[in-house]
Design a protein around this ligand. Structure first.
Ligand code: TYM
Length: 338
């Protein structure tokens, strides 16, 4: 039997800016997978606007953020003619399938999700129901399209494992309906850390903008953020093993290596023995060079609201079509008459 063609599916929340962690951890892999697609394979990339309402939000900002994130993804190389780019809210099947899967997902499974624990903190009772059931919607996002591969950063791996558990239990209980999706995590840039704290991931929810590099930051700001990034007084070692207890230094070397498509050891073979006074400007310049074409394109795209609306409408129409047979199968498997 011929193996089924690859179906790549992934999403990003359209809140805040697209930052370097998203780019190196996920989006760059989206673009690579799109560019290497074989005949019959398909890539679906979406803005997780339904996920974004699981936490307090400003509706006007969500709208603006959704368009900005669409522009940012196209600027990074997602080609709306080759990939299917859309926002969840235009494809009601995501929300529908979430409910159909909610009968299969277990409270205990959701209670173990580290993102839920981190975001809820000590105030679980005060959180929205949506924040708790968030991973069920995420499972629906990928199962709806029979995703075979899901490119994500390390922090989303647990949610993908949950999606597999849900799919497996549903298939066992109601008959073979869903493909088990495989997470694809980039080995070198799985987890990009904050520039201010090497033990926290780079995140759009960090209160300090100095903690992250946004893809739309201008050259001066990028250089300034790199210069101010937390480090230590030691020179760089010549092998990555020497960075074991130096989280901030390791993070900067990881970023450099990912941008230059080199191993961390190859970077250290060049910079070993030198201090951050030499390394930081080199990293800053590499960042500026990488981001320049992206931010130029981003600014141009943002000016054309009609084009962005058209891209999302076209993508959503395709997504609705591709998702329909699986949604129908899930309703039927559960014995729901429609
Ligand atoms: P989100 O919006 O937080 O992040 C989007 C992608 O970027 C990756 N990422 C990182 N990778 C490395 N280092 C970092 N510091 C870093 N920060 C973020 C994330 O792993 C992710 O791949 N729940 C998801 C969105 C989502 C989704 C899905 C993803 C909704 N449905 C279905 C995959 C499949 C989220 O909030 O990602």
């Amino acid at each position: 039997m011929r193996p089924a063609p690859m179906r790549v599916v992934s999403g990003i929340q359209p809140t805040g800016n697209l930052h370097l962690g998203n780019y190196l951890g996920a989006i760059r892999n989206w673009v690579r997978m799109q560019d290497e697609m074989e005949d019959g394979a398909q890539c679906l990339f979406f803005l997780a606007d339904l996920h974004a309402i699981s936490q307090p939000h400003d509706p006007a900002e969500l709208k603006r953020g959704t368009l900005e994130m669409a522009a940012a993804l196209v600027a990074c190389g997602i080609d709306p003619n080759r990939s299917i780019l859309f926002n969840q809210a235009q494809v009601p099947a995501h929300a529908e399938l979430q409910w159909l899967l909610a009968g299969t997902a277990r409270m205990g499974w959701l209670n173990r999700m580290t993102q839920w624990k981190d975001k809820a903190g000590k105030n679980r009772e005060g959180q929205s129901v949506a924040l708790f059931t968030y991973p069920v919607l995420q499972a629906a996002d990928v199962l709806l399209y029979q995703a075979s591969h899901v490119p994500v950063g390390e922090d989303q791996k647990q949610h993908l494992e949950l999606a597999r558990d849900i799919a497996q239990k549903f298939n066992n209980d109601f008959g073979e309906t869903f493909t088990l999706p495989e997470p694809i995590v980039p080995p070198q840039a799985a987890r990009i850390m904050s520039l201010r704290d090497g033990s926290a991931k780079m995140s759009k929810s960090d209160a300090s903008d100095m903690a992250r590099i946004n893809l739309a930051d201008d050259a001066d700001l990028v250089m300034q953020k790199v210069k101010k990034a937390k480090t230590d007084p030691e020179p760089l070692p010549s092998e990555v093993a020497g960075l074991a207890d130096r989280a901030e230094a390791l993070n900067l070397v990881t970023i450099y290596a990912a941008l230059a498509n080199e191993s961390a050891d190859a970077v250290l073979a060049r910079f070993g023995g030198q201090g951050f006074g030499a390394f930081k400007p080199a990293l800053g310049e590499l960042l500026v060079e990488t981001l320049r074409p992206i931010s130029t394109r981003f600014t141009e795209l943002l000016d054309d609201r009609e084009a962005l609306d058209a891209i999302l409408a076209k993508g959503a129409a395709r997504a609705r079509e591709i998702g329909r047979p699986t949604l129908d199968a899930a309703y039927a498997a559960l014995g729901l008459i429609r």
